[in-house]
Structures are given as structure tokens and as C-alpha cells.
Design a protein around this ligand. Structure first.
Ligand code: PLP
Length: 453
């Protein structure tokens, strides 16, 4: 029975990242099907999916080749695990393909089912590595304020957002946060982006010194901070950060869950943002969001220690039932084959100037303080005063209201803390659809301005 879905939803489901107090009034948007960059609600109304689902449906909806890859694997071998040396061809082939693609020296691939599990694995392996190396105190993990790395106990601790900490008894001890590389919001009056980047590198250096370099194990960072507000760090920022990490022998991990697989017009965000990490975390666009799959790259020095730990302890004591699920791996293989065959990453680079021009033009809107992005991702910040960058009272929910107006215009975008709005459409979006997206977003901003007045 498909009638009254929204009413039944309110009575039965707990929704992630939803205000459960107001949800009974605001209700749900029940989506039923999708095609290309469009999704349709249960009344048949179309929406341009300006968020690629949750930053993931890179190839858009209804891609029959992905459906067929899943169907074929589902009927041949729907499940086998990778425990105790058990294996299957999609996982082996996908690991080989990913090793070729990784922008950093990679010895092996470890699969998970989500970005959270993958980052959780990064933390555990960092601890495991330093125990193997006889550095039992070198365990602290540093991330960005406003960074997002997931929701498990460890990855919510890594995440630098208040909603993930308040009343959750997090972050756990040993998880630290350093300055958010957002010049528009945190740069001082008259400070250039270069000086701001240098100041943040100094801040990280001082934090590591204060904590003691022999206690700091890893720094984990997104190339562009997604859920924190689609924030673009200043040019050269990561070069300064890397110099600090090298000074103190701190492992550098790039969280590519959003930026991986073409979002910035390069295969990985690390390439676009000048990062040289030791390891990458990936998920989302690996399967174009069609199946849950994530993973991490394992460098040779880490692999060697993992082998010697197994020799000592008797096993590698980590992994989940669905690590490297065969149907998910088959879909990922097909997704990457399409990225390669159709030149999807090059296509992003070609479309990016148009997308970024339309995005930056929004900065002229009377209630927009910043509009900035890279590739096919961008963030805008709504402000009460453009000159002073003063924000509206968070309780007014201005960005949330703008997103609701966008939805009424037939556009899905996402509001984030600090009155920011993220735009992150499927990578297959056509130039005319980019125009539709920004035309509708512009009208939503106009309606928000009228609503405020
Ligand atoms: N890392 C980043 C950068 C993310 O954006 C996300 C999710 O949005 C995660 C990790 C967590 O991934 P998941 O929601 O699949 O657990």
C-alpha cells in the first residue's frame, strides 16, 4: 500500500540528521524513482537532484548498466565474505583497479560498507601500526573543526561539528581539532589567504608541540570540507600542513569520501588540492551510491607491519561481514569502467568553469556572503550583512528555509550548519541542467530574502 506514505513515515521511522522535534510538522519528502539528474516524489513531481543524493550518485539515476552489473552478480554469487582467506573475483578485480587509480603509493585495499567504517578502520590501523612500531604513546588523532568523518564512536569524535558531540559524550579523549581552513569566516580583517594558511599551519604545529609530538599519530582531512559547509581551503594550505606533519612524523590521511572519483575534476581531491597523503579513505561515488561500499588504501610500510602483527597475534583481527560485498564490488567495477569509458572525470573538468561561474555569480545576491567551490561542488553562505559578515540568529533557520523554497522550485540542495547551502549534483549533469539548477537556486534565494523582510 503506497497511500499515506508520509503519514506512515512519521509514525514509524527515525530519520538520520533530522530535527525529530519539528519533523512531525515538516514531514518527509518521499521519493519514488529517478532518471538522469532528476528524482520524482510519490506524487510524480520532478526535482533536480542538486546534491547527488548525499554527495554520491555521480552517474545519476536509472543507470541500467549498474543495475545489470548488480543483477548479474546477485544471480551468480550474491554473497561470500573475505574472512579467513575466502575471496571472490569482483573484490580482487576492484582492488587491482583501485590500486591503479590511487594517487598515492598503494600496496593493498581494505573494503568496508561505509565511509564511517572506513575512517574507523583508519584510526584503528594507525593505533595498530604505532603499537607494532613500538610507539605505544603515539595515538592521538587530529582533524579539522567543521570536518566530517562519520558517526561511529571514533569517527564522530573525529568529526568537528557540535551536533556530533553535544550530549553524545564525545569526542573521546585523544581526538583533537585544529582550525577550520575557511578564510571567508575565520580569516582576520585584512589577512590574505596565504597568511591565513600559514597561521593555520602554525596553529597545527603549536597544537602538536603542546600535546607532545610522541603522542600525535595522524591528521585526517577532507580535500574540501563537505558536511561542514562545502568549504574550500586556501591555495597552498595543504603544503604548509604537510610540512608540519612531516616534521613530527604524523601520518596524513585524506578523507576522499566526497571528493574521490571525479568531484573536483581530478580522480581524487588530493590531486586537486595538492595533498600527498599516506592513505586515502573512499566510499560514495565508488559505486555512484548504488550500493554501500567504502574502503581505504594501505601503503607498503603499513602492510608490512600488519603482516608482522598477524605473525605475532595469529590473525588480522578486524573486518565486517559485508567488507567487500560481491554485489557492491561488481557495481563499483562497472561504475569505474563507465567513469573511464565516458571520460566522466574529464567531463567534470570541462563543465566546472560554467558551474563555478554560475555559482560565483550568486555572491552578488543581497543575502549571500560567499559562493565558492571547485569542480562540481560548491557552498554558499547566507548572511544578514555582507559587509560585516554578520549571520542571522541560527534559530531563524534561514538556510533551512531557503532549501525548502528550493524544493518548492523543484530543486534539491542541502543546508548545513552556519547558514550554508551545499550544491553537489551528479557528475553527469548537462550544461543546460546546470543553468536550471542555478536559476532555481537564485529564485529560492529571492524568496528567502522576501520571507526575511
Ligand atoms: N567522510 C566524509 C568526508 C563524508 O562526507 C561522510 C559522509 O557524508 C563520511 C566520511 C561518512 O560516510 P558514511 O555516511 O558512509 O558513513
Amino acid at each position: 500500500m503506497l497511500s499515506n506514505l508520509a503519514a506512515r513515515d512519521v509514525e514509524t521511522l527515525i530519520h538520520p540528521y533530522t530535527n525529530l522535534a519539528t519533523f512531525r510538522e515538516t514531514g518527509s519528502l518521499v521519493l519514488e524513482r529517478g532518471h538522469g539528474v532528476w528524482v520524482y516524489d510519490s506524487d510524480g513531481r520532478p526535482y533536480l537532484e542538486g546534491m547527488a543524493g548525499l554527495w554520491c550518485t555521480a552517474l545519476g539515476y536509472s543507470n541500467e548498466e549498474l543495475v545489470e552489473a548488480a543483477r548479474e552478480q546477485m544471480s551468480r554469487l550474491p554473497f561470500t565474505h573475505l574472512f579467513s582467506g575466502r575471496s571472490h573475483d569482483p573484490a580482487i578485480e576492484l582492488a587491482e583497479t583501485l590500486k591503479e587509480l590511487m594517487p598515492v603509493p598503494t600496496s593493498k585495499i581494505f573494503f568496508t560498507s561505509s565511509g564511517s567504517e572506513a575512517n574507523d578502520t583508519q584510526v584503528k590501523l594507525t593505533w595498530y601500526l604505532n603499537n607494532a612500531l613500538g610507539r605505544p604513546t603515539k595515538k592521538k588523532i587530529i582533524c579539522h573543526r567543521k570536518g566530517y568523518h562519520g558517526v561511529t564512536v571514533a569517527t564522530a569524535s573525529m568529526t568537528g561539528l557540535p551536533a556530533n558531540h553535544a550530549d553524545w559524550d564525545l569526542p573521546l579523549p585523544g581526538f583533537l581539532h585544529t582550525g577550520c581552513p575557511h578564510h571567508y569566516r575565520f580569516g582576520e580583517a585584512g589577512e590574505t589567504e596565504g597568511a591565513f594558511a600559514a597561521r593555520l599551519a602554525d596553529e597545527l604545529d603549536a597544537l602538536i608541540q603542546r600535546e607532545g609530538p610522541d603522542t600525535v599519530a595522524a591528521f585526517v582531512a577532507e580535500p574540501i570540507l563537505g558536511a561542514g559547509g562545502a568549504i574550500v581551503p586556501p591555495a597552498g594550505y595543504y603544503a604548509g600542513i604537510q610540512a608540519v606533519l612531516e616534521r613530527y612524523d604524523v601520518r596524513f590521511i585524506a578523507d576522499e569520501v566526497i571528493c574521490g572519483f571525479g568531484r573536483l575534476g581530478t580522480w581524487f581531491g588530493a590531486e586537486a588540492m595538492g595533498m600527498r597523503p599516506d592513505s586515502l579513505t573512499f566510499a560514495k561515488a565508488l559505486t555512484s551510491g548504488y550500493m554501500p561500499l567504502g574502503g581505504i588504501s594501505i601503503d607498503e610500510p603499513l602492510y608490512r607491519e600488519m603482516v608482522s602483527q598477524s605473525a605475532k597475534l595469529g590473525t588480522f583481527g578486524h573486518g565486517t561481514t559485508y567488507s567487500g560485498h560481491p554485489v557492491a564490488c561488481a557495481v563499483a567495477l562497472k561504475t569505474i569502467a563507465i567513469y573511464r569509458r565516458d571520460g566522466i572525470v574529464e567531463g567534470v573538468a570541462a563543465k566546472a568553469p560554467h558551474f563555478q561561474a554560475r555559482l560565483s555569480a550568486l555572491a552578488d545576491h543581497p543575502i549571500v556572503g560567499e559562493a565558492r567551490g571547485v569542480g562540481l561542488i560548491g557552498g554558499i553562505e547566507i548572511v544578514a550583512c555582507k559587509r560585516t559578515k554578520r549571520q542571522y540568529d541560527p534559530k531563524a533557520g534561514v538556510a533551512a528555509r531557503c532549501v525548502a523554497f528550493a524544493q518548492a522550485e523543484g530543486l534539491i540542495v542541502r543546508f548545513l550548519a552556519g547558514d550554508r547551502i551545499a550544491v553537489c549534483p551528479p557528475l553527469v549533469i548537462a550544461p543546460a541542467e546546470i543553468d536550471t539548477l542555478f536559476d532555481r537556486l537564485g529564485r529560492a534565494l529571492d524568496r528567502t530574502r522576501a520571507w526575511i523582510a
